[in-house]
Design a protein around this ligand. Sequence first.
Ligand SMILES: [Zn+2]
Length: 447
Amino acid sequence: MTTDYWCEWAWLGGMVPMEGVVVRVDGDRIRSMETGVLAPPSRARRLPGFTIPGMANAHSHAFHRALRGRTHFGRGTFWTWRQSMYEAAAALTPELYCDLATAVYAEMALAGITTVGEFHYLHDGANEMGDALVEAARRAGVRLTLLDTCYLHGGIGADRSGVQARFGDASVDAWLNRASMRPDEPNLRVGAAIHSVRAVSPLEATRVANWAADRGAPLHAHVSEQRAENEACLEAFGRTPTQVLADAGAVTKRFTAVHATHLTDGDIGLLGDAEAHACFCPTTERDLADGIGPARALDAGGVRLCVGSDSHAVIDLFEEARAIELDERLATGQRGGHDPSMLLRAATRHGTASLGWPDAGALDPGQRADLVTVSLDSVRMAGIPPEDLVPGVVFAATAADVSGVIVDGRPVVVKGKHQTVPDVAGALRASISALGDFDLLPIPSEQ
Ligand SMILES: [Zn+2]
């Protein structure tokens, strides 16, 4: 079945939006496009506003959404926040996780996210938690890359303890067996993740990298988010985390370095030579005082930047994308390192590519029909001249300005309303309160 959508304005790449674009959708694909159609054809469904491709959230831990508002204050560090996060994880069962993740992915859909990369490490000895995430994505109408995460140690040379012990795999062989049990589906891609060089030894990382290579699957890893990780890695292996992962065969075109905050020039060279991705999560990195990654150097070196909302302190990929540029301005005292169309590509095409969907993330014939429409009627977007819509949407739009979302040709959000999760706020409230009063560790406010 074909459906024509008339976009008042659309982003087809570059800095100049196109006026009057008819996108013909056949099933789940864009069949053809026509530009310069200034009056909507009678048969077409109208998409008033500015339509961009579906956005990709390349780094998500869905359960972190339960911590929103509870961990952002005081003087705690990444490491104290991490303890609180494990307390939340301890309260989860597959049923509770399905409800929570459905609500979180629905919040993402409302924000214009059509592809989610879930960095999933809550295994509970089996695949039930992963099954819950797959079902949640289906209910919320988003495409999922389940990055099955190998998480074997509590630190370099240390055992997992407490909640970590419940959620990791017993060995790399156990991870390989479990991860291999899940096949790809039309809207599900199974990828791999190495939690970090803290949690997976170099030899184990090689096994995971080989598994991903055999399947042609995306491979992600947390890389150099914290200086302490770099120091421990240098002390243990005499190499940086990026070098350890490169030596393990992990750093290829299918690789995404998540955070990539504290890199050496050599690290940037390794990632660039491989044409790897780097996933920045600026709102989380700010919240956890991680630092500001070298986005400009990575981009110049050939690394493809993408973005993720990670801990879901907020879910707004416009904010993540503009932060790549704006945070770097603060760090360097210079403006203009990234043009707005590149930042929009980070939130769309680069993200889908990092998650193993090269046929999504652009408005082009043959691509999956993911269309996200930003309303131009809000107080944020009103008055922006049409020729400036690309910088306008990158630097001023918020998730709340998304009025319509189509995923694989199916309308998932219409006039700001999710079509299968009618009350997303209510679903979030209910699923978070169902976790009970999980103990948040006291975060020191004075020290
Ligand atoms: Zn993460």
